[in-house]
Design a protein around this ligand. Sequence first.
Ligand SMILES: Cc1cc2nc3c(=O)[nH]c(=O)nc-3n(C[C@H](O)[C@H](O)[C@H](O)COP(=O)(O)OP(=O)(O)OC[C@H]3O[C@@H](n4cnc5c(N)ncnc54)[C@H](O)[C@@H]3O)c2cc1C
Length: 440
Amino acid sequence: MKVVVLGAGIVGVSTAWYLLEQGHEVTVVDRQPDAALETSFANGAQISVSFCEPWAHPDAPLKVLKWLARDDSPLLFRPRLDPWQWRWGLAFLTQCTDGAFERNVQQLVALGRYSHESLKGLVAQTGIEYHRLERGILHFFGSQKDLEAGAAGAEVMRRHGVDRRVLSREEVLKVEPALASYGSRIAGGTYTPGDESGDARVFTQELARRCIARGARFLFGHGVDGLAQEGGRIASARVRELATGRTMALQADAYVAAMGSYTAPLLRPLGVHLNIYPAKGYSATLKLRQPERASVVSMIDDARKIAISRLGDQVRIAGTAELAGYDTGLDSATSRVRCQALVKRYEEIFPGVADASEPNFWTGLRPSTPTNIPYIGRSKLGNLWVNAGHGTLGWTHGAGSGRALAELISGKRPALEFGFYGERPASAWASVHRTLVPGA
Ligand SMILES: Cc1cc2nc3c(=O)[nH]c(=O)nc-3n(C[C@H](O)[C@H](O)[C@H](O)COP(=O)(O)OP(=O)(O)OC[C@H]3O[C@@H](n4cnc5c(N)ncnc54)[C@H](O)[C@@H]3O)c2cc1C
Protein backbone atom coordinates (compact mmCIF):
# COMPACT_ATOMS: atom_id res chain seq x y z
CA MET A 1 0.00 0.00 0.00
CA LYS A 2 1.01 3.61 -0.52
CA VAL A 3 0.85 5.45 2.80
CA VAL A 4 1.33 9.17 3.44
CA VAL A 5 2.39 10.07 6.98
CA LEU A 6 1.71 13.67 8.00
CA GLY A 7 4.23 14.83 10.60
CA ALA A 8 7.86 13.83 11.27
CA GLY A 9 8.04 13.99 15.05
CA ILE A 10 8.88 10.88 17.08
CA VAL A 11 5.39 9.51 16.44
CA GLY A 12 5.31 10.09 12.65
CA VAL A 13 8.84 8.81 12.06
CA SER A 14 8.27 5.69 14.19
CA THR A 15 5.07 5.03 12.24
CA ALA A 16 6.98 5.42 8.97
CA TRP A 17 9.65 2.95 10.13
CA TYR A 18 7.17 0.25 11.09
CA LEU A 19 5.13 0.80 7.91
CA LEU A 20 8.33 0.10 5.95
CA GLU A 21 8.81 -3.03 8.07
CA GLN A 22 5.32 -4.12 6.99
CA GLY A 23 6.31 -3.66 3.34
CA HIS A 24 4.45 -0.42 2.53
CA GLU A 25 5.56 2.45 0.32
CA VAL A 26 5.90 5.49 2.57
CA THR A 27 5.96 9.27 2.07
CA VAL A 28 6.41 11.54 5.11
CA VAL A 29 5.49 15.24 5.00
CA ASP A 30 6.69 17.88 7.46
CA ARG A 31 6.88 21.67 7.36
CA GLN A 32 10.26 21.73 9.09
CA PRO A 33 13.62 21.19 7.34
CA ASP A 34 14.32 18.01 9.35
CA ALA A 35 12.57 15.55 11.64
CA ALA A 36 11.85 16.28 15.32
CA LEU A 37 12.14 20.05 15.18
CA GLU A 38 8.92 20.76 17.09
CA THR A 39 7.72 18.99 20.28
CA SER A 40 10.15 16.08 19.90
CA PHE A 41 13.11 18.49 19.86
CA ALA A 42 14.22 19.10 23.47
CA ASN A 43 11.88 17.30 25.85
CA GLY A 44 12.65 15.81 29.25
CA ALA A 45 14.37 12.80 27.60
CA GLN A 46 12.72 10.24 29.88
CA ILE A 47 11.50 6.86 28.72
CA SER A 48 9.03 6.78 31.50
CA VAL A 49 7.13 3.52 31.33
CA SER A 50 6.72 3.33 35.10
CA PHE A 51 6.11 7.01 35.84
CA CYS A 52 3.10 7.42 33.62
CA GLU A 53 0.29 8.68 35.82
CA PRO A 54 -2.08 10.99 33.97
CA TRP A 55 -2.55 14.57 35.16
CA ALA A 56 -6.26 13.87 35.66
CA HIS A 57 -6.44 12.62 39.25
CA PRO A 58 -8.99 13.19 42.05
CA ASP A 59 -6.65 15.78 43.65
CA ALA A 60 -5.93 17.63 40.37
CA PRO A 61 -8.80 20.18 40.28
CA LEU A 62 -7.91 21.63 43.69
CA LYS A 63 -4.20 21.75 42.86
CA VAL A 64 -4.84 23.51 39.53
CA LEU A 65 -7.04 26.09 41.30
CA LYS A 66 -4.30 26.76 43.86
CA TRP A 67 -1.74 27.20 41.08
CA LEU A 68 -3.89 29.58 38.97
CA ALA A 69 -2.22 32.73 40.25
CA ARG A 70 1.40 31.54 40.14
CA ASP A 71 3.53 32.20 37.03
CA ASP A 72 5.96 29.46 38.07
CA SER A 73 3.34 26.81 38.93
CA PRO A 74 3.81 23.32 37.44
CA LEU A 75 0.42 23.40 35.66
CA LEU A 76 -1.05 26.72 34.59
CA PHE A 77 -4.54 27.03 33.13
CA ARG A 78 -5.01 30.34 31.32
CA PRO A 79 -8.72 30.55 30.45
CA ARG A 80 -9.32 31.86 26.91
CA LEU A 81 -12.29 32.47 24.68
CA ASP A 82 -11.55 29.20 22.98
CA PRO A 83 -14.32 26.57 22.94
CA TRP A 84 -11.74 23.81 22.33
CA GLN A 85 -9.87 24.76 25.48
CA TRP A 86 -13.11 24.63 27.53
CA ARG A 87 -14.14 21.37 25.92
CA TRP A 88 -10.77 19.94 26.91
CA GLY A 89 -11.03 21.33 30.46
CA LEU A 90 -14.50 19.88 31.02
CA ALA A 91 -13.50 16.48 29.70
CA PHE A 92 -10.41 16.64 31.94
CA LEU A 93 -12.68 17.14 34.97
CA THR A 94 -14.65 14.00 34.06
CA GLN A 95 -11.37 12.06 34.30
CA CYS A 96 -10.58 13.28 37.84
CA THR A 97 -12.16 10.30 39.60
CA ASP A 98 -10.56 7.22 41.14
CA GLY A 99 -12.19 4.94 38.57
CA ALA A 100 -11.07 6.96 35.55
CA PHE A 101 -7.57 7.30 36.98
CA GLU A 102 -7.18 3.53 37.41
CA ARG A 103 -8.51 2.86 33.90
CA ASN A 104 -6.20 5.42 32.34
CA VAL A 105 -3.18 4.13 34.24
CA GLN A 106 -3.88 0.60 33.00
CA GLN A 107 -3.91 1.82 29.39
CA LEU A 108 -0.77 3.92 29.79
CA VAL A 109 1.15 1.08 31.43
CA ALA A 110 0.11 -1.32 28.66
CA LEU A 111 1.18 1.08 25.92
CA GLY A 112 4.37 1.93 27.80
CA ARG A 113 5.42 -1.72 28.07
CA TYR A 114 4.70 -2.42 24.42
CA SER A 115 6.55 0.72 23.43
CA HIS A 116 9.60 -0.02 25.56
CA GLU A 117 9.90 -3.47 24.08
CA SER A 118 9.54 -1.93 20.60
CA LEU A 119 12.16 0.74 21.30
CA LYS A 120 14.65 -1.83 22.59
CA GLY A 121 14.13 -3.92 19.47
CA LEU A 122 14.52 -0.90 17.24
CA VAL A 123 17.75 0.15 18.93
CA ALA A 124 19.15 -3.37 18.70
CA GLN A 125 18.21 -3.52 14.99
CA THR A 126 19.47 -0.07 13.96
CA GLY A 127 22.29 0.63 16.42
CA ILE A 128 21.14 4.25 16.79
CA GLU A 129 23.07 6.13 19.47
CA TYR A 130 21.24 8.90 21.29
CA HIS A 131 22.89 9.36 24.72
CA ARG A 132 20.87 6.47 26.03
CA LEU A 133 21.21 5.75 29.76
CA GLU A 134 19.53 2.64 31.17
CA ARG A 135 19.70 3.80 34.77
CA GLY A 136 16.06 4.07 35.76
CA ILE A 137 14.17 7.15 36.94
CA LEU A 138 14.50 8.52 40.46
CA HIS A 139 11.70 10.68 41.89
CA PHE A 140 12.83 12.59 44.97
CA PHE A 141 10.73 14.38 47.59
CA GLY A 142 11.51 17.30 49.88
CA SER A 143 9.11 16.54 52.74
CA GLN A 144 7.84 13.50 54.63
CA LYS A 145 4.27 14.36 53.61
CA ASP A 146 5.15 14.39 49.92
CA LEU A 147 7.16 11.20 50.30
CA GLU A 148 4.13 9.49 51.85
CA ALA A 149 1.98 10.63 48.92
CA GLY A 150 4.69 9.29 46.59
CA ALA A 151 4.73 5.95 48.43
CA ALA A 152 0.93 5.70 48.07
CA GLY A 153 1.33 6.39 44.33
CA ALA A 154 3.98 3.65 44.13
CA GLU A 155 1.52 1.23 45.72
CA VAL A 156 -1.08 2.03 43.02
CA MET A 157 1.50 1.47 40.28
CA ARG A 158 2.63 -1.82 41.82
CA ARG A 159 -0.96 -3.01 41.50
CA HIS A 160 -0.49 -2.54 37.75
CA GLY A 161 2.67 -4.65 37.83
CA VAL A 162 5.08 -1.70 37.78
CA ASP A 163 8.35 -2.04 39.70
CA ARG A 164 8.40 1.25 41.62
CA ARG A 165 10.38 1.11 44.85
CA VAL A 166 10.15 3.44 47.84
CA LEU A 167 13.58 4.62 49.01
CA SER A 168 14.93 6.25 52.16
CA ARG A 169 17.18 9.30 51.83
CA GLU A 170 20.27 7.08 52.14
CA GLU A 171 18.98 4.79 49.41
CA VAL A 172 18.27 7.79 47.15
CA LEU A 173 21.88 8.91 47.57
CA LYS A 174 23.11 5.42 46.81
CA VAL A 175 21.17 5.38 43.52
CA GLU A 176 22.42 8.86 42.59
CA PRO A 177 25.49 9.91 44.61
CA ALA A 178 25.62 13.24 42.71
CA LEU A 179 22.73 14.40 44.94
CA ALA A 180 24.95 14.18 48.05
CA SER A 181 25.42 17.92 48.63
CA TYR A 182 21.64 18.45 48.44
CA GLY A 183 20.92 15.26 50.40
CA SER A 184 19.94 16.88 53.71
CA ARG A 185 16.92 18.43 51.96
CA ILE A 186 15.69 15.13 50.53
CA ALA A 187 13.16 13.14 52.56
CA GLY A 188 13.32 10.08 50.31
CA GLY A 189 12.21 8.95 46.90
CA THR A 190 10.72 6.38 44.62
CA TYR A 191 12.72 4.58 41.95
CA THR A 192 11.85 2.68 38.80
CA PRO A 193 14.96 0.77 37.72
CA GLY A 194 13.44 -0.32 34.39
CA ASP A 195 13.04 3.20 32.99
CA GLU A 196 15.65 5.00 30.92
CA SER A 197 16.55 8.26 29.21
CA GLY A 198 17.97 9.51 25.92
CA ASP A 199 17.74 12.28 23.36
CA ALA A 200 14.45 12.10 21.42
CA ARG A 201 15.61 14.52 18.71
CA VAL A 202 18.82 12.61 17.93
CA PHE A 203 16.95 9.32 17.91
CA THR A 204 14.14 10.57 15.66
CA GLN A 205 16.45 12.24 13.16
CA GLU A 206 18.62 9.13 12.96
CA LEU A 207 15.56 6.95 12.48
CA ALA A 208 14.35 9.26 9.70
CA ARG A 209 17.75 8.79 7.92
CA ARG A 210 17.33 5.04 8.17
CA CYS A 211 13.79 5.28 6.79
CA ILE A 212 15.17 7.24 3.82
CA ALA A 213 17.88 4.61 3.32
CA ARG A 214 15.12 1.98 3.15
CA GLY A 215 13.28 3.91 0.44
CA ALA A 216 10.90 6.25 2.25
CA ARG A 217 10.38 9.67 0.70
CA PHE A 218 10.55 12.63 3.09
CA LEU A 219 9.06 15.93 1.94
CA PHE A 220 10.62 18.32 4.43
CA GLY A 221 9.77 22.03 4.17
CA HIS A 222 6.25 21.12 3.04
CA GLY A 223 3.16 22.33 4.91
CA VAL A 224 -0.02 20.29 5.00
CA ASP A 225 -2.92 22.63 4.23
CA GLY A 226 -5.72 20.08 4.47
CA LEU A 227 -7.18 16.79 3.34
CA ALA A 228 -9.67 16.40 0.50
CA GLN A 229 -12.58 14.07 1.18
CA GLU A 230 -14.58 12.15 -1.39
CA GLY A 231 -17.24 9.53 -0.70
CA GLY A 232 -16.37 9.11 2.98
CA ARG A 233 -12.65 8.63 2.28
CA ILE A 234 -9.60 10.83 1.89
CA ALA A 235 -8.84 11.42 -1.78
CA SER A 236 -5.63 13.45 -1.34
CA ALA A 237 -3.54 15.57 1.00
CA ARG A 238 -3.10 19.21 -0.02
CA VAL A 239 0.58 19.98 0.47
CA ARG A 240 2.54 23.19 -0.16
CA GLU A 241 6.28 23.53 -0.67
CA LEU A 242 7.03 26.39 1.73
CA ALA A 243 10.06 27.79 -0.15
CA THR A 244 8.26 28.18 -3.49
CA GLY A 245 4.56 28.18 -2.59
CA ARG A 246 4.07 25.34 -5.12
CA THR A 247 1.11 23.17 -4.17
CA MET A 248 0.44 19.51 -4.87
CA ALA A 249 -2.19 16.87 -4.12
CA LEU A 250 -0.58 13.75 -2.66
CA GLN A 251 -2.57 10.61 -3.31
CA ALA A 252 -2.25 7.38 -1.38
CA ASP A 253 -4.17 4.33 -0.20
CA ALA A 254 -3.94 5.42 3.43
CA TYR A 255 -3.11 8.62 5.34
CA VAL A 256 -1.72 8.89 8.86
CA ALA A 257 -2.23 12.13 10.81
CA ALA A 258 0.70 12.43 13.25
CA MET A 259 1.04 16.18 13.59
CA GLY A 260 1.03 16.44 17.38
CA SER A 261 -1.13 19.31 18.66
CA TYR A 262 -1.93 20.41 15.10
CA THR A 263 -3.71 17.16 14.28
CA ALA A 264 -6.97 18.29 15.90
CA PRO A 265 -7.42 21.54 13.89
CA LEU A 266 -6.37 19.78 10.67
CA LEU A 267 -9.04 17.11 11.01
CA ARG A 268 -11.85 19.30 12.34
CA PRO A 269 -13.12 20.40 8.90
CA LEU A 270 -13.55 16.68 8.06
CA GLY A 271 -15.86 16.22 11.06
CA VAL A 272 -13.20 14.24 12.96
CA HIS A 273 -13.13 15.83 16.43
CA LEU A 274 -10.10 14.82 18.49
CA ASN A 275 -9.90 16.26 21.97
CA ILE A 276 -6.23 17.29 21.79
CA TYR A 277 -5.13 20.61 23.25
CA PRO A 278 -1.57 21.98 23.45
CA ALA A 279 0.12 22.12 26.87
CA LYS A 280 3.14 24.35 26.53
CA GLY A 281 6.26 23.16 28.32
CA TYR A 282 9.81 24.42 28.64
CA SER A 283 13.30 23.06 28.86
CA ALA A 284 16.75 24.42 29.53
CA THR A 285 19.81 22.58 28.25
CA LEU A 286 23.10 23.41 29.93
CA LYS A 287 26.66 22.43 29.13
CA LEU A 288 28.30 20.60 32.01
CA ARG A 289 31.30 22.26 33.60
CA GLN A 290 32.04 19.33 35.90
CA PRO A 291 30.62 16.21 34.23
CA GLU A 292 32.11 13.99 36.93
CA ARG A 293 29.87 15.70 39.54
CA ALA A 294 26.71 15.60 37.41
CA SER A 295 23.91 13.08 37.77
CA VAL A 296 23.56 10.12 35.40
CA VAL A 297 20.24 8.76 36.68
CA SER A 298 17.28 10.59 35.16
CA MET A 299 15.30 12.33 37.90
CA ILE A 300 12.03 13.99 38.78
CA ASP A 301 12.19 16.75 41.35
CA ASP A 302 8.79 16.45 43.00
CA ALA A 303 8.79 19.93 44.54
CA ARG A 304 8.93 21.59 41.10
CA LYS A 305 7.64 18.70 38.95
CA ILE A 306 10.66 18.94 36.66
CA ALA A 307 12.73 16.28 34.95
CA ILE A 308 16.52 16.34 34.98
CA SER A 309 18.29 14.15 32.44
CA ARG A 310 21.93 13.74 31.51
CA LEU A 311 22.58 13.86 27.75
CA GLY A 312 26.31 13.29 27.15
CA ASP A 313 28.18 16.42 28.23
CA GLN A 314 24.94 18.33 28.74
CA VAL A 315 22.06 18.29 31.16
CA ARG A 316 18.40 18.86 30.24
CA ILE A 317 15.98 20.34 32.77
CA ALA A 318 12.36 20.24 31.59
CA GLY A 319 8.86 20.67 32.81
CA THR A 320 5.86 22.85 33.60
CA ALA A 321 2.68 23.02 31.56
CA GLU A 322 0.58 25.94 30.41
CA LEU A 323 -2.81 25.41 28.79
CA ALA A 324 -2.91 28.66 26.89
CA GLY A 325 -3.24 27.98 23.17
CA TYR A 326 -0.72 27.44 20.40
CA ASP A 327 1.78 30.17 21.26
CA THR A 328 5.38 28.90 21.10
CA GLY A 329 7.09 32.15 22.05
CA LEU A 330 9.78 32.36 24.72
CA ASP A 331 9.66 36.12 25.23
CA SER A 332 6.63 36.71 27.46
CA ALA A 333 7.12 37.50 31.13
CA THR A 334 5.62 34.10 32.05
CA SER A 335 7.97 32.25 29.70
CA ARG A 336 10.99 34.07 31.08
CA VAL A 337 9.97 33.27 34.67
CA ARG A 338 9.44 29.62 33.79
CA CYS A 339 12.74 29.22 31.94
CA GLN A 340 14.76 30.97 34.63
CA ALA A 341 13.07 28.85 37.31
CA LEU A 342 14.42 25.68 35.64
CA VAL A 343 18.02 26.92 35.71
CA LYS A 344 17.71 28.34 39.23
CA ARG A 345 16.42 25.03 40.53
CA TYR A 346 19.23 23.07 38.88
CA GLU A 347 21.77 25.45 40.45
CA GLU A 348 20.15 24.93 43.86
CA ILE A 349 20.52 21.16 43.61
CA PHE A 350 23.84 20.99 41.71
CA PRO A 351 25.65 24.29 42.36
CA GLY A 352 28.44 25.00 39.88
CA VAL A 353 28.11 21.69 38.03
CA ALA A 354 26.78 23.19 34.79
CA ASP A 355 27.42 26.45 32.99
CA ALA A 356 24.28 28.42 33.82
CA SER A 357 25.47 31.52 31.97
CA GLU A 358 24.39 30.31 28.53
CA PRO A 359 21.26 28.21 28.90
CA ASN A 360 19.62 26.91 25.77
CA PHE A 361 15.94 27.53 26.36
CA TRP A 362 13.23 25.78 24.38
CA THR A 363 9.48 25.43 24.41
CA GLY A 364 7.19 22.79 22.93
CA LEU A 365 3.48 22.01 22.83
CA ARG A 366 2.56 18.67 24.36
CA PRO A 367 -0.37 17.30 22.33
CA SER A 368 -2.48 16.59 25.38
CA THR A 369 -5.71 14.64 25.79
CA PRO A 370 -7.83 14.80 28.96
CA THR A 371 -6.96 11.17 29.74
CA ASN A 372 -3.27 11.37 28.66
CA ILE A 373 -4.11 8.45 26.36
CA PRO A 374 -3.27 9.05 22.71
CA TYR A 375 -5.52 8.45 19.73
CA ILE A 376 -4.08 5.49 17.84
CA GLY A 377 -6.30 3.95 15.21
CA ARG A 378 -8.71 4.47 12.35
CA SER A 379 -11.01 7.47 12.02
CA LYS A 380 -14.55 7.27 10.66
CA LEU A 381 -13.06 8.09 7.25
CA GLY A 382 -11.91 4.59 6.32
CA ASN A 383 -8.42 5.37 4.98
CA LEU A 384 -7.58 8.11 7.49
CA TRP A 385 -5.60 6.87 10.48
CA VAL A 386 -4.59 8.86 13.54
CA ASN A 387 -1.49 8.67 15.72
CA ALA A 388 -1.60 11.76 17.93
CA GLY A 389 -2.30 13.12 21.39
CA HIS A 390 0.69 11.65 23.22
CA GLY A 391 0.85 14.51 25.73
CA THR A 392 3.54 14.14 28.37
CA LEU A 393 4.71 10.74 27.12
CA GLY A 394 5.26 10.89 23.35
CA TRP A 395 8.92 9.92 23.56
CA THR A 396 8.06 6.99 25.83
CA HIS A 397 5.13 5.84 23.69
CA GLY A 398 6.43 6.82 20.23
CA ALA A 399 7.99 3.55 19.11
CA GLY A 400 5.07 1.41 20.33
CA SER A 401 2.45 3.76 18.90
CA GLY A 402 4.17 3.70 15.52
CA ARG A 403 4.43 -0.07 15.56
CA ALA A 404 0.84 -0.60 16.72
CA LEU A 405 -0.60 1.73 14.08
CA ALA A 406 1.48 0.16 11.29
CA GLU A 407 0.18 -3.24 12.39
CA LEU A 408 -3.44 -2.05 12.41
CA ILE A 409 -3.05 -0.52 8.94
CA SER A 410 -1.65 -3.87 7.76
CA GLY A 411 -4.69 -5.70 9.13
CA LYS A 412 -2.82 -7.20 12.11
CA ARG A 413 -3.72 -7.13 15.78
CA PRO A 414 -1.05 -5.47 17.97
CA ALA A 415 -0.15 -7.59 21.00
CA LEU A 416 -1.41 -5.27 23.73
CA GLU A 417 -4.63 -4.60 25.61
CA PHE A 418 -5.40 -1.09 24.48
CA GLY A 419 -8.47 0.90 23.48
CA PHE A 420 -7.56 1.81 19.93
CA TYR A 421 -9.27 4.85 18.46
CA GLY A 422 -12.31 3.84 16.44
CA GLU A 423 -12.66 0.69 18.56
CA ARG A 424 -12.73 1.87 22.15
CA PRO A 425 -16.09 2.29 23.87
CA ALA A 426 -17.28 5.88 23.73
CA SER A 427 -16.75 7.81 26.97
CA ALA A 428 -19.64 9.64 28.62
CA TRP A 429 -18.12 12.86 27.35
CA ALA A 430 -17.93 11.56 23.77
CA SER A 431 -21.67 10.85 23.83
CA VAL A 432 -22.42 14.37 25.08
CA HIS A 433 -20.12 15.75 22.42
CA ARG A 434 -21.82 13.76 19.68
CA THR A 435 -25.14 15.22 20.79
CA LEU A 436 -23.71 18.75 20.66
CA VAL A 437 -21.78 18.23 17.42
CA PRO A 438 -23.81 15.91 15.22
CA GLY A 439 -21.65 13.78 12.97
CA ALA A 440 -18.61 13.98 15.27
C1 LIG B 1 8.78 20.29 28.17
C2 LIG B 1 8.42 18.90 27.68
C3 LIG B 1 8.99 17.80 28.28
C4 LIG B 1 8.65 16.52 27.83
N1 LIG B 1 9.29 15.45 28.39
C5 LIG B 1 9.00 14.19 27.96
C6 LIG B 1 9.67 13.07 28.50
O1 LIG B 1 10.59 13.21 29.35
N2 LIG B 1 9.31 11.83 28.08
C7 LIG B 1 8.31 11.65 27.16
O2 LIG B 1 7.99 10.51 26.84
N3 LIG B 1 7.70 12.70 26.57
C8 LIG B 1 8.01 13.97 26.96
N4 LIG B 1 7.38 15.05 26.40
C9 LIG B 1 6.32 14.81 25.42
C10 LIG B 1 6.85 14.52 24.03
O3 LIG B 1 7.90 15.41 23.72
C11 LIG B 1 5.71 14.66 23.01
O4 LIG B 1 4.60 13.89 23.41
C12 LIG B 1 6.16 14.17 21.64
O5 LIG B 1 7.29 14.87 21.22
C13 LIG B 1 5.04 14.33 20.61
O6 LIG B 1 5.52 13.82 19.40
P1 LIG B 1 4.69 13.98 18.07
O7 LIG B 1 5.45 13.29 17.02
O8 LIG B 1 3.29 13.60 18.33
O9 LIG B 1 4.65 15.58 17.84
P2 LIG B 1 5.77 16.52 17.20
O10 LIG B 1 7.13 16.15 17.62
O11 LIG B 1 5.33 17.92 17.45
O12 LIG B 1 5.65 16.20 15.65
C14 LIG B 1 4.60 16.69 14.85
C15 LIG B 1 5.20 17.12 13.54
O13 LIG B 1 4.14 17.58 12.70
C16 LIG B 1 4.62 18.67 11.95
N5 LIG B 1 3.48 19.49 11.56
C17 LIG B 1 2.52 20.02 12.34
N6 LIG B 1 1.63 20.71 11.61
C18 LIG B 1 2.04 20.61 10.32
C19 LIG B 1 1.52 21.10 9.09
N7 LIG B 1 0.40 21.83 9.01
N8 LIG B 1 2.20 20.81 7.97
C20 LIG B 1 3.32 20.04 8.01
N9 LIG B 1 3.85 19.56 9.13
C21 LIG B 1 3.21 19.84 10.28
C22 LIG B 1 5.57 19.40 12.89
O14 LIG B 1 6.54 20.14 12.16
C23 LIG B 1 6.19 18.27 13.70
O15 LIG B 1 7.44 17.87 13.19
C24 LIG B 1 7.71 16.35 26.80
C25 LIG B 1 7.16 17.47 26.18
C26 LIG B 1 7.51 18.73 26.60
C27 LIG B 1 6.92 19.93 25.90
